[in-house]
Design a protein. Structure first.
Length: 82
């Protein structure tokens, strides 16, 4: 990654941010969708490749520090059968 946080994926440029400069990140491409991951496995963000654009802004992945504990007000069984 460049010192300004920029990377190139499939001929397109994006910026992961200067906070990640010098870090080795992983980009996984699925057709025109690319997700960028931090070395610890957490997603940093994603982008949709557009053949008409050279620079595509990265959409940050929201981080939720709280584990999923309910869905529509109902408790979630995280270990079924136990």
């Amino acid at each position: 990654m460049a010192s300004n946080g920029a990377i190139a994926v499939a001929g397109h440029r994006t910026s992961v941010g200067t906070t990640h400069a010098g870090t080795t990140v992983t980009a996984i491409r699925d057709n025109n969708h690319v997700t960028i991951y931090h070395p610890d496995g957490q997603p940093i963000g994603y982008l949709h490749l557009n053949p008409d654009k050279n620079y595509i802004p990265l959409t940050p992945t929201p981080h939720d520090p709280q584990p999923l504990t309910h869905l529509s007000g109902l408790p979630v069984d995280t270990c079924p059968g136990t």
